[in-house]
Ligand binder design. Structure first.
Ligand SMILES: C[S@@+](CC[C@H](N)C(=O)[O-])C[C@H]1O[C@@H](n2cnc3c(N)ncnc32)[C@H](O)[C@@H]1O
Length: 205
């Protein structure tokens, strides 16, 4: 059986930050979408499958004070903490598989770039949606970036899902209001283009 933790621990223990296809120097689309929400510096923001992403650096730099990064790879989170240095203590770090995680609190903003699309089984997608519904406050915001229909069929050697923004929205049920969506052409560190979509939904009050 596929061992998800072993796969991702293997990736982050053997590759440098810029040796993975999803590396972004500047997570500009994510930041722009988070700024579209009504999040204040004290709003709780969680980055699901955040890995070693620089989103947390950018959010800390923008003055957000309640940031959590969740990933099933401890090595990924250690890489991010080492890069950020002492300021990493200002964020919370959770090592967990999002499909099994038991959220201990709620968040105003749920962000996920390129983690949800690795869930190819319906049971995992529905476990993800259950956690999301428990973890996001009423009136909160959900921003999910996935591969687009014309994006790659595999990533990190694994099969992935590809979505239209309305299909991402449909995963969470009609109570969620779709606020915005956009596409992005991500360039890997070796110059290959990957088509992403981002879907931003709002949880009703
Ligand atoms: C392609 S990387 C994207 C990392 C980061 N979001 C970024 O944009 O740089 C996918 C990440 O999702 C994490 N991941 C995959 N499946 C997961 C799961 N079930 N629960 C938590 N994290 C998961 C991996 O460890 C990896 O860090």
């Amino acid at each position: 059986m596929f061992d998800r933790i072993a796969h991702w621990e293997g990736v982050y223990s053997t590759k440098g930050e810029k040796e993975v296809s999803w590396f972004q120097e500047d997570p500009a689309v994510s930041i722009e979408m988070i700024k579209q929400t009504d999040a204040t510096p004290d709003s709780a923001i969680i980055d699901i499958g955040g890995g070693a992403s620089r989103l947390v650096d950018a959010l800390l730099g923008d003055g957000y004070r309640d940031i959590t990064v969740l990933d099933l790879s401890a090595a990924a989170l250690e890489m991010a903490k080492a890069r950020i240095g002492p300021a990493s203590a200002q964020a919370a770090w959770i090592v967990a598989d999002v499909t099994r995680w038991k959220p201990a609190r709620q968040y105003q903003v749920w962000h996920d770039r390129a983690a949800f699309h690795f869930l190819t089984e319906e049971a995992d997608q529905s476990a993800y949606a259950d956690r999301l519904k428990k973890a996001v406050k009423r009136g909160g915001h959900v921003i999910i970036g996935t591969f687009a229909p014309d994006g790659p069929e595999r990533c990190s050697g694994l099969e992935v899902m590809r979505y239209r923004p309305e299909e991402v929205h449909a995963e969470f049920g009609p109570a969620f209001q779709k606020v915005a969506s956009c596409g992005e052409i991500h360039k890997t560190p070796w110059g290959r283009e990957q088509e992403f979509v981002y879907c931003y939904c709002r949880v009703p009050e």
